[in-house]
Design a protein around this ligand. Structure first.
Ligand code: ZN
Ligand code: ZN
Ligand code: FE
Length: 777
């Protein structure tokens, strides 16, 4: 019999996820002695015993890993035998800077906890704050590391003897579960009216709330990462009232349904979508609606898709179990939208919610477990790849937050720690640490002061839980962004990176691609290097040489009225017509004239005299122009609405594609958007159906881009093409463009870990900053 001793150092998500008790159980099972503890470098294990048992132990670490644990590296070394060791023990945690363990994202309730709260004999029956080492809140209740109860918002709830016993027992599912609680010792739930008057407690509070929802009222419900505004999604009256109060005219609202059975009644759901809906991260998943008028027409009026989400906290499950009991007359579908006014961050504290949301909600369902950092629901969509060789569906993020943050994006190499501040809209920030990039949750639009406050909160929170000291900061080149001004205040070495170059860096970083790449940035707006607005660019980016140049752009078109043209896309359509020499309607009147001819003639004057009409090569603005030309939208009420409507209207049976030629202009190429627009205009004049025109436009854009990429690839010998920018959220472009590039012999790189829009800018900036520091500035 050979006795051996090994030591392991394991890094990754191995704290607060039941990792040490898991090791303890394995060691006991295999008759091994030794110890396990959390060290600065990761989880440290020493095991001693018979060689065969050690082999089995080694295999079981990998094959039986607890659901939330993620091993990044596992180093095993031989050790000298210890004498007189009788048992296996879990030793106390060490707390030191420079740790290599990460805080887990928040996780949906597990099946065992769900069974606890639904079993009448269980002491946690109907208890809203039930969790264990396999599930529950993490990131949003943690103040700093190491992840121990005193460092979380559970610090003010001393454990009762029964909970303490679970907490101390290595064989219990709740061993060292920091948020462990029960009705005897944990947080409480209560309902108030909008004045903050208490109405009911615990399960009575839930009953009261669902009664209000059933009557068509709106509830503000405190969740995991902030408040939700909730109402009956099948009631057009209730949903319209919520929209009016929230000042959210048409932007789609997500709904929560109790189970997959209900989900299937609302939408067509494929395997990949079901996987996300029922998994432990529980993002909102955009699925194809079965009936546009259901649950209520105004839930998502502009698109054929609807955002679905399944319950992820015990409270959600209890809410639905009570609500379903009332719903004999209707399907249990609830709108669940962030508790905020449009453009403000989601509400966090009880008092704050009562102040900010009192005009929005009739009843408040509150509790006393503090949320330490806001985190919205994540949103994903699945791209079905029908004709790609591997035929693997990919996930695309529209918003990355709860369930994902603060899990890192792994980079191709280690580097110095930097802080990247992102862009302005749909902002995120990013800290790097060695070969990991920690991209924050979705923050929102920084032009709003409240959001900027949230932005700064995230900076200090992330820095606390990551224990990093960045040596440099990176921001956008835009001179007026809040983040640009903020970067200057930090007193660190400062780098600025052009917006679309950052987009390309981001998609390269996500794919761990190093070297030279053709970057296709199809975007809304970004401050260009020539002081115009960019957004339809083909760049040559080398992330090793740290060089970039612009190879091609969409033809720059004046935006009459600047910002006003983004709100009123018809101005851009008229700008295209103006450039084409159509100064007034010929035959069919322009759709926007029915809203008054005066504004239109003012735009004509402005274009003639070139007053306040900044040039933009944005691809997003081209979508806006086409959408307005077809009369789909006059004034938008949310970002990208015109493009969303244009995408939704496509007649997918149509196969003809408009031409989208590239012109050579000096040492630059220009995509002739005017020519593309003329074809739209001519067909529109002839009365061709808008769905057909939209399809021809989409296909033309895709074919033109793929052909040009192929040409640039031939000229440069570079095969990889990074596709990034907000337009990549258009499912038609996101699915067909990479396929067209593959057919043309190229290798597309796309986003699958972060949103292709500005949510990934901070990652691109971060990679650039790391490399700049390494190159000596
Ligand atoms: Zn659990
Ligand atoms: Zn207790
Ligand atoms: Fe962008």
């Amino acid at each position: 019999m050979t006795i051996k001793r090994y030591q392991y150092t394991i890094t990754g998500v191995v704290q607060g996820v039941g990792f040490r008790p898991f090791i303890y159980r394995l060691a006991v099972e295999h008759n091994l002695t030794g110890l396990v503890y959390n060290a600065a470098s990761g989880v440290h294990i020493e095991v001693q015993g018979e060689a065969a048992s050690l082999v089995a132990f080694d295999e079981d670490i990998v094959s039986q890993l607890p659901p939330l644990a993620k091993v990044v590296s596992c180093l095993r070394e031989d050790m000298a035998l210890a004498s007189c060791e009788k048992s296996f023990v879990i030793e106390k945690s060490f707390s030191r800077a420079g740790h290599s363990v990460f805080i887990s994202p928040d996780v949906a309730i597990c099946s065992q906890c769900l069974s606890d709260i639904t079993s009448p004999e269980n002491r946690r029956y109907q208890y809203s704050f039930t969790n264990c080492t396999n599930c529950g809140p993490r990131y949003t209740i943690t103040r700093s590391i190491p992840y121990d109860r005193p460092k979380t918002s559970m610090a003010c709830f001393p454990l009762c003897p029964a909970c303490q016993k679970e907490y101390d027992d290595p064989l219990d599912r709740r061993f060292h579960a920091q948020p462990n609680a029960c009705p005897g010792c944990g947080p409480e739930l209560w309902a108030t009216d909008k004045q903050g008057q208490d109405l009911a407690k615990n399960d009575k509070a839930i009953q009261y709330t669902v009664q209000c929802l059933h009557e068509g009222k709106t509830a503000a419900v405190k969740g995991l990462g902030g408040f939700h505004l909730v109402c009956d999604a099948t009631s057009e009256t209730a949903v319209s009232a919520l929209r009016r109060a929230k000042q959210r005219k048409a932007k789609p609202l997500a709904v929560m349904i109790p189970d997959m059975e209900t989900a299937h009644k609302i939408a067509h759901i494929n395997k990949a979508e079901e996987h996300w809906l029922t998994g432990n991260k529980r993002p909102i998943v955009l699925c194809e609606k079965k009936n546009s008028d259901f649950p209520a027409p105004c839930v998502a009026p502009d698109t054929g898709t609807i955002g679905l989400m399944l319950p992820y906290t015990p409270l959600h499950f209890l809410l639905f179990s009570h609500y379903q009991a009332l719903c004999e007359d209707r399907l249990p579908v609830l709108v669940m939208t962030s508790g905020n006014f449009s453009s403000e961050p989601i509400s966090l504290g009880n008092r704050e919610a009562l102040e900010r949301l009192h005009s929005l909600a009739d009843v408040f369902l509150l509790h006393n477990r503090d949320i330490l950092i806001r985190c919205d629901d994540s949103v994903v969509q699945i791209l079905e790849k029908k004709s790609s060789p591997e035929k693997k569906d990919t996930t695309q993020f529209l918003r990355r937050a709860r369930g994902f943050t603060p899990a890192p994006v792994f980079l191709s190499q280690k580097g110095p720690s930097v802080l990247a501040l992102g862009a302005e809209l749909k902002s995120t920030m990013c800290f790097t640490k060695e070969d990991k990039a920690f991209v924050s949750q979705h923050i929102g639009d920084l032009e709003n002061l409240e959001t900027f406050g949230f932005y700064k909160e995230i900076k200090s929170h992330l820095q606390d839980i990551l224990q990093v000291n960045p040596v440099a900061v990176v921001c956008d080149k835009h001179p007026d962004y809040m983040s640009t001004a903020y970067a200057g205040e930090l007193g660190l070495a400062l780098y600025k990176l052009q917006h679309h170059v950052a987009h390309t860096y981001a998609v390269m970083a996500e794919n761990k691609f190093d070297g030279a790449c053709i970057g296709v940035s199809l975007d809304g707006t970004g401050y260009g290097e020539d002081n115009t607005l960019w957004g339809g660019e083909v760049l040559l980016v080398d992330n090793e040489a740290l060089t970039h140049s612009r190879m091609a752009q969409f033809l720059a078109i004046p935006l009459p009225g600047g910002e006003a043209a983004i709100r009123e896309p018809w101005r851009i359509a008229q700008s295209f017509l103006h450039r084409l020499g159509h100064l007034e309607p010929e035959g069919r009147p322009w759709p926007w004239l029915e809203h008054g001819a005066e504004a239109s003639s003012l735009v004509t004057q402005a274009l003639k005299r070139d007053i306040n009409a900044p040039l933009s090569s944005s691809c997003g603005r081209l979508f806006d122009a086409v959408s307005a030309m077809l009369g789909l939208v006059h004034e938008i009420s949310y970002e990208a609405q015109a493009a969303v409507l244009l995408e939704a209207i496509q007649d997918k049976a149509e196969t003809y594609a408009y031409t989208f030629p590239v012109l050579e202009q000096g040492d630059m190429f220009v995509f002739n958007s005017l020519e593309l627009f003329t074809q739209v205009y001519e067909d529109w004049k002839k009365g061709v159906h808008a769905g057909v025109i939209s399809r021809r436009f989409h296909l033309g854009l895709i074919q033109g881009l793929a052909r040009a990429v192929c040409r640039f690839s031939g000229q440069t010998g570079i095969k990889h093409t990074g596709l990034s920018g907000g337009v990549m959220l258009n499912k038609t472009i996101a699915t067909l463009l990479p396929e067209a590039i593959v057919r043309a012999g190229g290798i597309p790189l796309t986003h699958s870990l972060l949103p292709p829009g500005d949510g990934s800018i901070s990652l691109g900036q971060a990679l650039y900053g790391m490399r700049k520091v390494q190159a000596g500035g």
